[in-house]
Design a protein. Structure first.
Length: 122
């Protein structure tokens, strides 16, 4: 299994490339996703529905709900290298008209993403 930073890198790349099935396969069944702009999503199906609402190559602060602001941003982001922080892995996307988009990913023991927190700022 890849380390958590590599898994975060793969997840963001898959979302950016529109490889939704591959990104969803990285999620735990009990994944929870939060965002500033949408209600908390619980479970793989709910998070997948949020991800599928975001155009490939763009981020909506639902993409991390996925990982993204569905229907709000629509800007392609440039992602930082993943950084471990407070027991999670953080990536920051720049290029949004609203400032940096931050995604924090937590993983279970099997290496599946079990929490996605998306917001603005570094």
């Amino acid at each position: 299994m890849a380390d958590r930073k590599e898994l975060a890198r793969q997840y963001v790349a898959r979302l950016s490339d529109g490889k939704i099935d591959e990104a969803v396969a990285m999620l735990a069944a009990d994944v929870v996703a939060t965002s500033l702009t949408t209600p908390e999503r619980k479970g793989r199906a709910a998070v997948e529905a949020a991800i599928r609402g975001v155009p490939a190559g763009t981020v909506a602060l639902v993409l991390a709900e996925y990982g993204g602001i569905s229907s709000v941003v629509g800007a392609a982001l440039t992602w930082s290298e993943p950084v471990e922080e407070d027991g999670a892995v953080k990536v920051v996307g720049t290029g949004s008209p609203y400032g940096p988009v931050r995604i924090r990913l937590a993983f279970n023991a099997a290496g599946k993403i079990n929490r996605i927190d998306t917001g603005l700022g570094r």
